[in-house]
Design a protein around this ligand. Structure first.
Ligand code: IMP
Length: 194
């Protein structure tokens, strides 16, 4: 369905059902006495985290990290700046990174090194969306909600220039980029807060 600036890609119902499935997979792997430390990447992951954490039905602790990736051109250069670091120690914990979307993988690869330096007992990642065709670096993502094509998406926490985060569904952005014949480019979010 085309809705002006966006075209619906995943409905709120589809997302809700998949989040419940992801939570069940994660709960199964955590075992009966599992306790998870969820590390949410702001800003894009805030709605996914809120839904996932309630579907998990496990004892959890939650912390946040806000990252800014920057670099010119069509993709981030892999340079990541910490706007707000996580506050709790990850030492000895079973950490689950909660990401909105994995694109080139550079942000997540950096985050894995950053968290790994704190010696968690285990480190896994759940990403609601994955664009494997865009991958520039190898990165492990144990749980993926939806695999999507090389397209720029917004809604359910994801933004374009800080807009669309409150859309309950995920839509492809229809804004044309001058001269490219493509939809919205990727260097804008890559140069702003995730
Ligand atoms: P990376 O290229 O995997 O490092 O992705 C960096 C960040 O770019 C992600 O965490 C998102 O915040 C943002 N991003 C990548 N693709 C999209 C998209 O399609 N819509 C909105 N944000 C995106």
């Amino acid at each position: 369905m085309v809705n002006g600036e966006t075209t619906v890609l995943l409905t709120a119902d589809e997302i809700r059902a998949r989040v419940v499935e992801l939570a069940s997979e994660i709960r199964h792997d955590a075992g009966a006495d599992g306790e998870l430390h969820l590390l949410s990447v702001l800003k894009g992951g805030f709605i996914f985290l809120a839904d996932l954490v309630r579907a998990l039905e496990l004892p959890v602790t939650v912390d946040f990290i806000a990252l800014e990736s920057y670099g010119g051109g069509m993709e981030s250069a892999g340079a990541v700046r910490v706007r707000h670091d996580f506050e709790m120690s990850v030492y000895g914990r079973d950490v689950l990174v909660v990401e909105d979307i994995v694109d080139t993988g550079r942000t997540l690869a950096w985050l894995h090194r950053h968290v790994g330096a704190g010696h968690p007992r285990s480190l896994r990642t759940v990403a609601l969306l994955d664009k494997p065709s865009r991958r520039a670096v190898r990165v492990n993502v144990e749980y993926v909600g939806f695999t999507i094509a090389d397209q720029f998406v917004v809604g359910y926490g994801l933004d374009h220039r800080e807009r669309f985060r409150n859309m309950p569904h995920i839509g492809e952005l229809n804004l044309p980029v001058a001269g490219s014949g493509k939809t919205a480019n990727r260097d804008e979010p890559a140069s702003g807060p995730a």
